[in-house]
Design a protein around this ligand. Structure first.
Ligand code: GLY
Length: 259
């Protein structure tokens, strides 16, 4: 099955508390209405590509709960409820479990260590798990076992130091190709894949999202966009400047699978 084609997605409306979301570097808080606009445009794009999107209600107690990708891994027929490494995010998991149980025949639960979905890159033959400040070695080992139970092969790699998530620095473009920052590529984490590197100073472009035949990229990375276009990809850009103030990317705002 193709891993970059999906027809179902779950998103969560940003809460007003999103302005207090976690961030590695404080460049000012995002403006709520602008976050709503960016989120709505993201959802509209997925829908315009034929994706059926379920929007979950906002959770004021969890500022980062708009980043649904971090609390679960979803596959055709099965899901794994994760344990976020950020203490303020741990309660988000129990909020999404009933939704997972509605959509998936099997729902497994990570009970040891911590792991966030932003640290997990799913490809056809391997599920790469990046160790980071949010995903512990214990969580990764436990996740390997759970992935095995649902027929997936996990591979543990290292997220670059001080990078939030593995997928802050990479995205699957197609079955053979990964968009990757030079700092992640340096550790050769994806043997057998063709790597396209983000341009110098455009590391933020790496959290792209393949949607059908298009690559969704955040605005503001013109050289990477051009390189992708030259490599034959159809690139579509979206504004993410407000939500990026709390370290958002394009993958983290949805859970995606093929039903
Ligand atoms: N603000 C996203 C996160 O740190 O989890």
């Amino acid at each position: 099955m193709s891993t970059h084609t999906f027809n179902r997605a779950i998103v969560r409306t940003p809460s007003r508390s999103v302005v207090h979301g976690l961030r590695a570097v404080d460049t000012g808080s995002p403006q709520y209405e602008a976050v709503l606009r960016e989120h709505a445009a993201y959802v509209a794009f997925l829908q315009s590509e034929g994706v059926s999107v379920e929007t979950l209600p906002l959770l004021e107690d969890f500022p980062d709960s708009v980043f649904v990708e971090d609390v679960a891994l979803v596959f055709t027929g099965a899901a794994i409820a994760l344990r976020p490494g950020a203490p303020t995010r741990r309660g988000e998991t129990s909020e999404i479990v009933p939704t997972l149980e509605r959509h998936f025949e099997r729902v497994l639960h990570l009970t040891k260590g911590s792991a966030e979905g932003g640290d997990v890159l799913t490809t056809a033959n391997a599920v790469f798990i990046g160790l980071s400040a949010r995903t512990s070695a214990k969580g990764a080992q436990s996740l390997l076992q759970l992935l095995g139970e649902i027929g997936h092969r996990g591979v543990v790699v290292q997220t670059p130091p001080s990078v939030l998530h593995l997928k802050s620095d990479c995205a699957l473009l197609d079955e053979e190709t990964i968009l990757c920052t030079p700092r992640l590529a340096a550790s050769e984490p994806f043997p057998g894949f063709r790597l396209l590197l983000t341009s110098a100073g455009e590391e933020g472009a790496a959290n792209a999202l393949a949607v059908g035949d298009q690559i969704l990229l955040s605005q503001g990375y013109p050289r990477t966009a051009e390189a992708l276009a030259k490599a034959g990809y159809e690139v579509k850009t979206l504004a993410t400047a407000e939500i990026a103030k709390i370290d958002a990317g394009l993958s983290c705002m949805s859970l995606r699978w093929r039903s």
